[in-house]
Write a protein that binds this ligand. Structure first.
Ligand SMILES: C[S@@+](CC[C@H](N)C(=O)[O-])C[C@H]1O[C@@H](n2cnc3c(N)ncnc32)[C@H](O)[C@@H]1O
Length: 487
């Protein structure tokens, strides 16, 4: 019979201690049944700020450096150059190491760790086509990357290293529970499982410098050099996260990886790490969950092409390329730009997007990039972009609110509706911001009309041209009064 979640938690903690882990008696790893959160780490006593919560020795980290895989592969039949290529990408490296160690079963030093890692995920890679469609026009749909993983594994890794994925070839000892030969599909699904685990659990490892560190210009000594290696740090990855509620942080020291409190924590409180200021679309893609606390980080992507469509139609062939080069030289070229929540202290529109639009609008390619100003022309273009982006979402903001209020949605549909609703709110805020910019209080009322027609409403038969005509009309009126121009 399979061990219960609780038994696996105890076995994992025993293994960690026997592997040299040091754990403060004030913290406890606990199962959270019925929450969909898996496990979490809790304070069982009051904890002061900057207390060491646990230390994981480097030797217990599941990473390429601690596995014998690379040396085995270098002695196998495959050419060394092919082996090296696997270890060039930190992602592929760790996926392959994890598959190898997982297939070793009880022969792997990390078996008790694998026993508490998830086998199933709610992250977007595992959603069906229909479930993903509920995300509507969210740009996150383009970032899931399942196909590229499939191709990489199917076409190169699996045929190049057959011995790696056939446990019988490198197994000794009791591996009865593992099939000696996996089908290609089983290997691909293992690769997805390990890739998803890495996405939600792994840390970037700072490597201790091989040589004596040099002093820098100001006389400070930098002890560690940044490298890209990824590793699975047991227990450190059992901390959940909820935006600003983080109260602990992992510090990488020579002796090991140290989780320390970054504020006082009361007995009974959960320890939270910081996964970063992620929009909910990305949180769902990488971690398979969202909370309302992340709504503040929601974004809407505006593709470079959309800006060109709205502002660069007058450009002669070659001129667009010249302007792209200018942006590239300044590090301002991107395939897309993020709109964020408009607040009294920060604009929804990033400077990079404003510079791009102002550059595209200029009749001739300038010598210097224009300023990130919202001129009347910029605003007209932004309105066109927003109108076009809004129309890509087939339901209205209000419809989504009603859907959520009524409840009863399947989990993934509810998550998708939350994400697309968040993005529509960003678009609405952006729309209101430019209405305020261009038309003042009176204009904002006018905007609310546009808003209720436009935000997410399906307007079949209407096209961007109509929006453009309205904008041009308003712009002409305005131009008569203030003679606005690009600066
Ligand atoms: C680094 S792991 C944390 C440990 C995890 N709870 C476990 O038991 O394996 C990240 C995963 O934990 C879950 N998670 C983290 N924070 C969460 C939260 N605030 N609400 C719900 N699930 C959360 C998600 O499934 C996420 O992919």
């Amino acid at each position: 019979m399979e061990d219960s979640a609780e038994q696996r938690t105890s076995a994992f903690m025993e293994w960690l201690l026997s592997s040299g882990g040091l754990i403060n008696s004030s913290v406890k790893l606990a199962d959270l049944p019925g929450t969909g959160m898996g496990r979490g780490v809790f304070a069982v006593d009051d904890i002061a700020e900057d207390e060491v919560l646990f230390v994981i020795p480097r030797s217990a980290v599941l990473c390429s450096e601690n596995s014998d895989l690379k040396s085995k592969m270098l002695h196998a039949d495959s050419p060394n150059s092919k082996v090296q290529s696997v270890f060039e990408s930190p992602w592929t490296e760790l996926i392959v190491v994890m598959i190898y160690e997982f297939l070793k079963g009880a022969d792997s030093q990390w078996k008790p760790y694998f026993d508490i890692l998830p086998a199933e995920f709610n992250s977007l890679m595992f959603w069906s086509k229909e479930e993903l469609e509920e995300l509507q026009a969210s740009a996150v749909r383009e970032k899931i990357g399942k196909e590229s993983t499939d191709i990489g594994f199917r076409e190169s890794l699996v045929p190049d290293f057959p011995e790696l994925f056939r446990p019988s070839a490198h197994m000794r000892g009791p591996t009865a529970s593992l099939e000696s030969s996996l089908s290609d599909d089983e290997i691909i699904s293992l690769a997805h499982r390990m890739g998803s685990t890495i996405m939600a659990y792994a840390f970037d490892l700072e490597k201790v410098a091989d040589e004596e560190p040099d002093g820098d210009d100001e006389g400070f000594v930098s002890d560690y050099e940044e490298v890209m290696a990824k590793g699975m740090v047991p227990l450190a990855d059992m901390l959940n996260a909820d935006a600003h509620r983080n109260n602990a942080r992992l510090f990488q020291t020579e002796s090991g990886l140290e989780m320390r409190s970054v504020k006082p924590i009361q007995r009974g409180e959960e320890l939270f790490n910081d996964y970063g200021p992620l929009p909910r679309s990305d949180l769902l893609r990488r971690y398979g969950y969202i909370t309302e606390n992340y709504a503040q980080f929601d974004v809407v992507e505006i593709s470079f092409q959309k800006a060109v469509d709205a502002a660069g139609e007058h450009l002669e062939p070659g001129e667009l390329e010249a302007r792209i080069r200018m942006l590239e030289d300044e590090g301002l070229y991107d395939s897309s730009y993020d709109l964020s929540h408009s607040t009294p202290s920060s604009s929804a529109f990033p400077d990079e997007l404003l510079i791009l639009i102002n550059l595209l609008l200029l009749p001739r390619t300038p010598r210097k990039l224009p300023k990130p100003k919202k001129t009347y022309h910029t605003i007209a273009v932004l309105q066109r972009i927003l109108a076009a982006r809004i129309r890509e979402y087939p339901t209205k903001l209000e419809d989504d609110e009603v859907l959520l209020q009524n409840g009863g949605l399947a989990l993934r549909k509810a998550l998708a509706v939350e994400v697309r609703l968040g993005e529509k709110r960003v678009l609405k805020g952006a729309w209101l911001e430019i209405a305020g910019d261009s038309l003042g209080g009176e204009g904002a009322e006018h905007l609310m009309d546009i808003d209720t027609q436009g935000l997410g409403a399906k307007r079949e038969g209407e096209d961007l041209e109509m929006e453009r005509e309205n904008t041009e009309e308003r712009r002409d009126k305005r131009r008569k009064t203030d003679g606005d121009g690009l600066h």
